[in-house]
Design a protein around this ligand. Structure first.
Ligand code: PHE
Length: 436
């Protein structure tokens, strides 16, 4: 095997990992799920699940990556000590490719809206504009443009490409979102939105507990990039002296802050315009929020900053999705990074274009298909960490972290019992909703 690239610093890794985590899931998906599931009730449930299942799950995936020292196929083969590692790892690699196919199409929409916001081109008729822009040839064009940006970064490799770019883009996302949240607070009529989002409604939670549980758990996994093998791949470039539990906490907290900030921008703005969040779905951000921007003073500027921020967040997630298949080709098949990047980019260019052209397929792939693939992937990671590695997994996170007395047993309990049950629950509810 060739010499593998690695992170220059642990801070670089953490920024790249938060970059992977904080993406469309935080800004596009989170506010809408919140709106559709009782606002504050959803927020509380989501926060509990990030701590209860997101954190131990992320630690498990990082443990597999650093211990395996390779991309999913090689890592899982080595860790399980069996050929079964190949189909499992290949499943992860396919998951990232499927995800990037739709992610890049949405990234393309965002790119287009960023470029058009200064002119306010879509303000007059957001709904018609979006239905025209979201599918067909224009969508293909912007998908290819977004994918090219992602590919150029991955082409330069882990330290010279991904780490460098993440160090600039991720802090920019935080600062811009923070600025937007402050601006939002100065707008009139936002009180209803804040109340909906932040005033805890215990009655709602009590009566809708199970309705809220499913989406909140799904979001906790999706937003932390769990189950795709992307975090595993990033962790494979880490040194032994880094504390994985500490990094896990920093990643989970930073990602949550970014999600909560996004909610503080999106929800009050919508409520201030009298737009009720209603149904989510792919067009939510582009139609309802675009309507809000259209009627606010300084709307063109705010819209531009907003979509630019989403674009940066989407790029730093997209690169982790492309890095996984690219690095797999490099690790397992001895293909150079240049060629591997070119090859995978061509594949995603085609699959993404297919999705951009085929409307109904798009919803299906970006929703249930991805949810199912991520839950299966995570289930396999948990089984390997909690059942096959067990003490070795504990030893791996103690390396660079110290003994962490009292932590090993609850973590093992979480990854071998609690999380698999939650993940299976998620899988059955998703499949059941598909069948109905
Ligand atoms: N966490 C990313 C987001 O919230 C999505 C993602 C999932 C990225 C899995 C990589 C792997 O947008």
């Amino acid at each position: 095997m060739m010499d593998r690239d690695s992170w220059v610093s642990n801070v670089g890794f953490v920024l790249a990992a938060v970059g992977s985590a904080a993406g469309l899931g935080n800004i596009w998906r989170f506010p809408w799920l919140t709106a559709d599931n009782g606002g504050s009730a959803f927020l509380v449930m989501y926060l509990l699940l990030v701590v209860g299942i997101g954190v131990p799950g992320l630690l498990a995936e990082l443990v597999l990556g650093r211990r395996g020292r390779q991309t999913p196929i090689g890592a899982l083969r080595a860790l399980i000590g069996s050929r079964w590692g190949t189909p499992l790892g290949a499943f992860n690699v396919i998951t990232t490719a499927v995800m990037l196919s739709f992610y890049s199409v949405v990234g393309g929409w965002i790119l287009r809206y960023t470029l058009l916001s200064p002119t306010g081109a879509y303000f007059a008729q957001p709904q018609q504009y979006f239905s025209h822009a979201s599918h067909g040839l224009p969508a293909v064009g912007f998908h290819l443009l977004f994918l090219t940006i992602v590919a150029i970064i991955v082409y330069f490799g882990v330290s010279r490409g991904i780490e460098r770019v993440s160090k600039i883009m991720l802090p920019a996302v935080v600062v811009l979102l923070g600025g937007l949240a402050v601006w939002t607070a100065t707008q009139p009529n936002t009180a209803v939105g804040y109340a909906f989002y932040l005033d805890f409604d215990g009655d709602y939670l009590a009566t809708h507990f199970f309705d809220v549980l499913g989406p909140a758990a799904g979001q906790a996994l999706f937003t932390l990039s769990l189950g795709a093998g992307a975090m595993l791949t990033y962790a494979s470039y880490l040194d032994e002296d880094v504390s994985l539990p500490r990094d896990t906490l920093v990643i989970a907290i930073s990602n949550t802050v970014i999600g909560v900030l996004a909610g503080l921008v999106v929800l009050p703005l919508l409520f201030s315009q009298g737009i009720s969040p209603g149904q989510g779905g792919p067009g939510a951000l582009f139609v309802a929020l675009a309507t809000a921007f259209g009627s606010l003073p300084g709307g063109t500027l705010v819209a531009t900053v907003f979509f630019f921020t989403v674009l940066l967040a989407a790029v730093t997630s997209g690169i982790s999705l492309l890095e996984t298949p690219v690095a797999t080709l490099v690790d397992n098949y001895g293909i150079s990074r240049r060629r591997a990047t070119l090859l995978m980019t061509l594949v995603i260019a085609v699959t993404g274009s297919g999705l951009a052209l085929a409307g109904p397929m798009f919803r299906f792939v970006s929703g249930p298909v991805v949810d199912v693939m991520l839950t299966i992937g995570l289930f396999a990671f948990l089984a390997i960490a909690g059942w096959i590695l067990r003490d070795d997994a504990v030893a791996e996170f103690q390396t660079g972290a110290g003994r962490l007395r009292g932590f090993a047993t609850p973590w093992l309990l979480a990854v071998s019992w609690v999380l698999p049950v939650v993940v299976m629950f998620l899988l059955t509810t998703t499949l059941a909703s598909l069948a109905s």
